[in-house]
Design a protein around this ligand. Sequence first.
Ligand SMILES: Nc1ncnc2c1ncn2[C@@H]1O[C@H](COP(=O)(O)OP(=O)(O)OP(=O)(O)O)[C@@H](O)[C@H]1O
Length: 551
Amino acid sequence: MKLLMQLADKQGKPLAFVILLSMASALLTVGVIAFIQYRLLSQHDLTPSVLWQFVLLLAVLLATATVAQVALHKLGHQFVYKKRCQLIKKLINTDIEQIESIGSARLLASLNTDIRNVTFAFVHLPELIYGVVLCLIALAYLAFLSLPLFGVSVLLLALTGLFGFSLVNKISYHITQVREFDDKLYQDYQSFIEGRKELSLNPGRAKRYFNDEFDPHAKQYRDQVTRADILNGFAANMANTIVLALIGLNFYLALGLGWASFPVASSFALIILFMRTPLMSAVGSLPTLVTANISMQKLEDLSLSQNNTLISQQPVSAPFEQLHLQQVVYQYRADGDEKPFQVGPIDFTIKQGELIFIIGGNGSGKSTFANLLTGLYRPHSGQVFLNDQPVSLETWPEYRLQFSAVYSDFYLFHQITDGHGDNVDNTVIDEWMRRLEMAHKVSHQDGYLSDTRYSQGQRKRLALMMAVLEQRGCVLLDEWAADQDPKFRKTFYRELLPLLKERGVTIIAITHDDKYFDAADRVFKMDLGQLSELNSNNQRHTEEALSSIVS
Ligand SMILES: Nc1ncnc2c1ncn2[C@@H]1O[C@H](COP(=O)(O)OP(=O)(O)OP(=O)(O)O)[C@@H](O)[C@H]1O
């Protein structure tokens, strides 16, 4: 099993130690039975010292079993903890394009369900290991008692195991389906939560979504999980019945056909009965292990980055002087027969301290260009030059360090950090709180914002503050002013942008505020993925470009 293989691969020695302890505790358990049979049941040997030996044996058994269990739980949960941390680190190192193609619902389902499934498996792993080890040792003891009876028992158990194997395959199939519907349910949960306002206003839509999307998924989930549970219950009942059948068969073979004596047959019955509970627990733990294996596969299928170390911030090699894009092309993945949207080929140059505006209609490719420019997307062809040096695959992460941004779908973190992830001087934070007219509203302490639940416009101001505090050479703002009131919009274009420019920051702003186009050094227009520069001295040219966007 993949789970055990991975555990063995990463924690080979501790796992071997735990298996040895489990074997010792199983041996001791069989030893206790043998002790009862040979010492306690033989009356002429019943002295107080025998009782003390028995108590000692029980104490050693309790200690060994407890240590084995504790060690296995610790080992398992440590494995899950490491897996969880690795997963998040891989997620951080994964390309945005891959994360976008996986989708947030599938990612959340994996982070939640798959990790939980692996945890459950580790809760049940001790039962499986103990059950298997105990059964093996009990079988060895049976072989010692009577080889012919042992042979018949092993044959019956092997046949049952074979049948059980096909059952486990069927259970695996249903559990795989269950996991697929889990992804779909997560998608539905996300729609219900994120679309709560629309659904509140339109109960008809809520009902329709419930009936057409959620309910079929929930029903399929229910049906598949029911089938898996029925098969699992059947496997457990079958194991139980086979164990009882084995006792009857052994008595028949021993006493009816004279294969063994009565004491041997009764010892057989005792051992087999004794095996029953651990065997049933082991069988019962199988579905959780199957589920965990499927979850491990699901986690692998996410194709996250293999790199699970957090990149320590590299110093930016040289300050931003100039950025040049040469014949850069980016194309989205084709979805069906439709021609995918393409940005480029683009030739674009920006120098340090310039203030550039980009305009363009909805869907013209501005945000795609913003992602391309800031290095979130890698060009499919063409070349990017930073300070006249070509940016290669190796230097791509370093290239990104030149930028800070407020994207249109920005996220506001509580932590206030500079471009290296370190704390920022309080006086600098206070200065920007004042400039952004947020000082009366927001407080901060020890590098944390007191809250992030503000209006969209206020949150955007804080996001701008975060971008500025990162002190990168180039700041990208995607329709930043769209949510600001007219008064602050003016402050932004007439005071804040000039101030940043004066401080040497290069700014690329995607905007529709034609009233302030004169603030920019240059204005570019994006149209169907093609970028062209407008002649900012020619008012008519700019007006034409704007009216083409409006029309
Ligand atoms: N993840 C994606 N996969 C496939 N196509 C996409 C993806 N994201 C965007 N597109 C396509 O790329 C085109 C440009 O999108 P983009 O977001 O860059 O436009 P935009 O100019 O920023 O628009 P808006 O002003 O409405 O924000 C759109 O027509 C869209 O169909």
